[in-house]
Design a binder for this molecule. Structure first.
Ligand code: PHE
Length: 481
């Protein structure tokens, strides 16, 4: 486990700005090493973008639009982070802080693909689309191999082995053609003797398969950050910040505390903030600023023009989700989809089925999880309009129950959330590009931390990694002083 080694004399005082995952990690690790930390959080809750929305939760956006979630007990949506890869350091904190986890289903052969923009008239299952794409690609490669087109690349043995592989990978016939396979699925499932099952018919042509563009989704699950198995905390992602806050000590965390000035003084820092309408000041030896870089750029500070230029070079990018609670889990009963993600070329982008509560009465779907321009479309709408747009698209995939079984909804646009105003960041060249160099080192007594200063932007792993780097550097400086 990560622990700052070597105790210092007088405990140094550190003010951490932002109680997102980066700020909480800083305060937690510094606290373990005996530092005296104060965390200032502008919102009325800890977690930052780690946010689970439950029944009764309200949010007023930067335009003054208020929504209250009417979800039933036990139902929640993770509006921000929602999946953890097995290698991510986030899981080490789940272990250390006692946060139980369960599998999050990120890819599911039974989930759907629907690209009406590419001429598809009905959704297909992942397994069906994969069988067809792999089948035709294998057929073509076999043909090229058998026609001698690859003789310059392959020995006779290589050819033999490649053909053997393609035959099984693509379910090819004896003549190396693809004519469908039971990998595509069944209309009547196999069962008892007398019921061998009916294979799904209607194999599309090669040209139809590539025109539909279903293949574009298959590489997603190869991603180092997206490959199964993945995990989620039991009960909501915000179990993580809650556990951090308990371990740090609630008395060290001031919520509703919006920073209005950051000042390097000769021998420390002076941070001014407002809380309950009053202006207050904290003085400390060091500051770690973990707030969103484009919001830090709007905060008065004396960190200098180079820092300001670097902060302004980090552009926010946008994402959003809508939670749709249903009276019944029709996706499980009617569609036999238990978790996972349906992909579309409509502007809802992705539908997520819940990875908790299987076979229960009610359930909560993520009706859109979209980014960039598609997220912006929904940010420009009222909550009622967002719901209508999402449901109209969902009905095209799942039919009428998508509307008639609906019980409650909550739409969440990161662009519009006070004190965050973004989902993640656009940083051409990555965090080590020269443009960001002033943020990767302390400016006087002020350090910078956050997922944007990592190679895992938009992941808690990135926020934690950045926080660990910063507190390690700060600690080394204190030990040396
Ligand atoms: N971490 C976020 C997610 O998994 C955003 C992201 C998506 C980051 C895809 C990288 C790749 O949804």
């Amino acid at each position: 486990d990560f622990t700052l080694q070597g105790r210092s004399g007088r405990p140094a005082e550190v003010v951490v700005i932002g109680a997102g995952i980066a700020g909480l990690t800083c305060a937690y690790e510094l606290g373990k090493a005996g530092y005296d930390c104060t965390v200032l959080e502008a919102r009325d809750r800890v977690g930052g973008r780690n946010l689970s929305v439950r029944g009764g939760d309200s949010l007023t956006d930067i335009n003054g639009v208020e929504q209250t979630a009417r979800f039933s007990k036990g139902q929640y949506m993770n509006a921000g982070p929602a999946r953890l890869a097995q290698w991510m350091v986030t899981l080490d904190y789940c272990r250390e802080l006692g946060v139980p986890i369960e599998v999050f289903t990120n890819s599911n052969a039974s989930a759907l693909i629907y690209n009406p923009g590419r001429g598809m008239t009905a959704p297909v299952r992942y397994r069906t689309a994969k069988a067809d794409v792999y089948g035709y690609v294998s057929e073509l490669l076999s043909k090229a191999t058998n026609a001698g087109a690859l003789d310059g690349e392959l020995t006779a043995d290589d050819k033999e082995r490649l053909l053997t592989f393609l035959k099984s990978y693509g379910s090819l016939g004896a003549d190396y053609t693809y004519a469908g396979t039971e990998h595509r699925g069944f209309t009547v499932d196999p069962g008892a003797s007398g019921t061998p099952g009916d294979e799904l018919g209607g194999v599309p042509s090669l040209s139809e398969v590539f025109a539909s563009n279903v293949g574009r989704y298959f590489s997603f699950e190869f991603g180092y950050d997206q490959a199964m198995l993945m995990f989620q905390p039991v009960g909501g992602m915000d179990r993580i910040p809650e556990a951090f806050a308990r371990a740090i000590g609630q008395e060290r965390i001031r919520t509703g505390a919006a920073v209005t000035d950051i000042n390097n003084t000769g021998d420390g820092v002076r941070v001014t903030y407002t809380q309950h309408g009053r202006t207050r000041v904290v003085r400390a030896d060091y500051c770690v600023a973990t707030l969103a870089p484009h919001l830090l750029a709007r905060t008065p500070h004396n960190l200098g023009p180079e820092v300001q230029t670097a902060l302004l070079a980090v552009k926010p990018s946008y994402a959003s989700k809508i939670g749709l609670e249903y009276r019944s889990r029709w996706w499980e009963k009617d569609f036999r989809i238990f978790g996972g993600i349906t992909e579309t070329d409509m502007d809802l982008d992705h539908i997520w089925y819940p990875s908790y509560g299987h076979l229960g009465d009610r359930g909560l779907i993520i009706g859109y999880y979209n980014t960039g321009a598609h997220s912006e479309v929904y940010s420009a709408l009222t909550p009622a309009e967002r719901l209508e747009r999402a449901v109209a698209q969902g009905v095209m995939i799942h039919g009428d129950k998508y509307r008639t079984e609906l019980a409650a909804s909550f739409s969440h646009q990161w662009k519009l959330v006070p004190h965050l105003e973004g989902a993640w960041h656009s940083m051409p060249g990555g965090p080590d590009a020269p443009a960001y160099a002033p943020l990767n080192k302390p400016q006087g007594n002020v350090y910078f931390g956050g997922d944007y200063l990592s190679y895992l932007d938009a992941w808690q792993h990135g926020a934690i990694s950045s926080a660990r780097k910063v507190v390690t550097e700060l600690h080394q400086r204190v030990l040396a002083s």
